[in-house]
Design a protein around this ligand. Structure first.
Ligand SMILES: [Zn+2]
Length: 385
C-alpha cells in the first residue's frame, strides 16, 4: 500500500503505519485532552490533560496493533501467510494472503480480534478498579472503554468488519458458495454503513437514535460502504481471473533498446512510442527499464546509459507458464510492476502487462454474468505512487 511507514518486524510480520494514522492520532490526542478527560475526570492541570491525551492515544495504537496481531497469529497457526499489518485511519488491516480461505480458518481468524479486544477491555477495567487515583486512573478507564467499543463494533455482522467476516464464513460453510456468502455479508455491511451515516447525521442535529457517534460515524459509514462494495468486487475478480490461464493472454511486445544508449538519447528517440516499459538488450545484459516513476536530473541523463537504470532480468521475479491471471496480477501488485517476464524453465518466453489482465477482466465482466468490477479496476489503474 502507498504512504506507509514501516515501524518494525515481529513474528516475521512487518508492522506499518499509514500516513492518515498520524492525522487521526493528533486529532484523537487533542480530542481526549479537550473533551473526554476534563469532562470525565475534572480537577487536573492543562499539562496533565495533555499527558493523558497523548499517552491514551498511544496506548490505543498499541491496543489496535495487538488486536490485529491476534488475527495474524491465528492465521499463522492455521498456516496462512501474513505479510504485514498496516495501522491506518480507524483501525488496522492485516495483510493476509486470502488464498482460498476455508470457512473454519476465516471464522477463527475473524473472531480472534474482537475476543482479544474484549479481554483487553477487561484487563484495563480491572486495573482501573485497582487504582484509585493519579494520572493513570483516567487513562486505563478510557482504554477499557475504547477496547470494549472496538470489540462491540467488530462483532457487528457487517462485512468486511470482523463480525462480517465470521458471518461470511458461516454463510460460506452453509451455501458452499463464496460469492453468494460474500454478497449477503457485504449487503449487511452496506446496511450497517447506511445506519452509521444516518446516525451521524441525526447526531449532528442533536438527535440520538441508538448511540451518539457524531461526525465520526459519517466518515466511518462512508468508508465501510466503500469497503463492502470493494470486497465483493474482489471476490468476483478472483473468480474471473483464476479461470484464465496465462497462455490465453496476449504477450506484451516490448520495444528493444540497445544497452549502451545514453539516457538523454533514449528519451529523445523513443518519446513518440508512448510506452512506459522497455527491454534493454546488450551483449551479456538483458533488463527492463520502467520509466513510469523515473526522475533523473538533466546532467545525469547525459552520463547514464539505459543499462545503468534498468532492472536486470535475472534479478526479477517472473511468472510461470502454468500460472493463472489472478496469480499474475497478485505478483504484479506485490512487486508494484506493470510488466513481468514469463518463464518456461529458465527460458523467458515472453512478457505480460498488467493492462492485458485488466482489459480481459473488463471484457469478461461486461459480457459474462459476473457483475461490475469498476471499483477494483479503478484502483488497479491508479498510478503506482
Ligand atoms: Zn479485527
Amino acid at each position: 500500500m502507498n504512504g506507509n511507514l514501516r515501524l518494525f518486524r515481529i513474528f516475521g510480520i512487518d508492522i506499518q503505519v499509514h500516513f492518515t494514522w498520524w492525522f487521526i492520532f493528533i486529532l484523537l490526542a487533542w480530542g481526549l485532552r479537550e473533551g473526554f478527560f476534563p469532562v470525565q475526570f475534572p480537577g487536573f492541570s492543562a499539562s496533565q490533560y495533555w499527558f493523558m491525551g497523548i499517552v491514551a492515544a498511544l496506548l490505543l495504537f498499541v491496543s489496535v496493533l495487538l488486536h490485529e496481531l491476534s488475527h495474524s497469529l491465528i492465521a499463522k497457526a492455521r498456516k496462512i501467510k501474513v505479510e504485514s499489518i498496516t495501522l491506518f485511519f480507524f483501525g488496522g488491516v492485516a495483510g493476509i494472503t486470502r488464498e482460498d480461505l476455508e470457512p473454519k480458518s476465516e471464522f477463527l481468524m475473524a473472531i480472534a480480534g474482537p475476543l482479544f479486544s474484549l479481554g483487553l477491555a477487561g484487563v484495563f477495567y480491572a486495573i482501573f478498579k485497582l487504582t484509585t487515583d493519579g494520572l493513570w486512573h483516567p487513562i486505563v478507564y478510557y482504554l477499557a472503554f475504547i477496547n470494549l467499543v472496538l470489540a462491540l463494533f467488530n462483532v457487528v455482522p457487517a462485512f468486511p468488519l470482523d463480525g462480517g467476516r465470521a458471518f461470511r464464513a458461516l454463510l460460506h460453510a452453509h451455501y458452499k458458495d463464496l460469492r453468494k456468502a460474500t454478497r449477503i455479508a457485504a449487503t449487511a455491511g452496506r446496511v450497517f454503513a447506511g445506519y452509521l451515516i444516518i446516525e451521524g447525521l441525526m447526531n449532528f442535529f442533536g438527535i440520538v437514535l441508538l448511540v451518539p457517534g457524531g461526525l465520526w460515524f459519517i466518515l466511518l459509514g462512508g468508508f465501510l460502504y466503500f469497503l463492502a462494495g470493494m470486497s465483493y468486487e474482489q471476490v468476483i475478480v478472483k473468480q474471473i481471473l483464476s479461470k484464465i490461464p496465462l497462455s490465453s493472454l496476449p504477450r506484451k511486445n516490448l520495444p528493444t533498446i540497445p544497452a549502451d544508449l545514453k539516457f538523454s538519447q533514449f528519451s529523445r528517440r523513443y518519446a513518440a512510442l508512448n510506452e512506459d516499459v522497455f527491454l534493454i538488450r546488450g551483449k551479456s545484459f538483458m533488463g527492463l527499464l520502467d520509466v513510469h516513476d523515473l526522475r533523473i536530473r538533466p546532467e545525469q541523463q547525459e552520463k547514464l546509459s539505459v543499462k545503468d537504470l534498468a532492472m536486470p532480468l535475472h534479478h526479477m521475479r517472473s511468472l510461470a507458464e502454468k500460472d493463472n491471471a489472478y496469480q499474475a496480477l497478485q505478483q504484479m501488485q506485490q512487486l508494484r510492476l506493470d510488466v513481468l517476464p514469463i518463464k518456461k524453465g529458465k527460458q523467458i518466453t515472453g512478457f505480460l502487462a498488467k493492462e492485458a489482465i485488466i482489459r480481459r477482466l473488463l471484457w469478461e465482466s461486461r459480457f459474462g454474468a459476473q457483475g461490475p468490477v469498476t471499483k477494483v479496476v479503478k484502483r488497479l489503474r491508479r498510478k503506482r505512487r
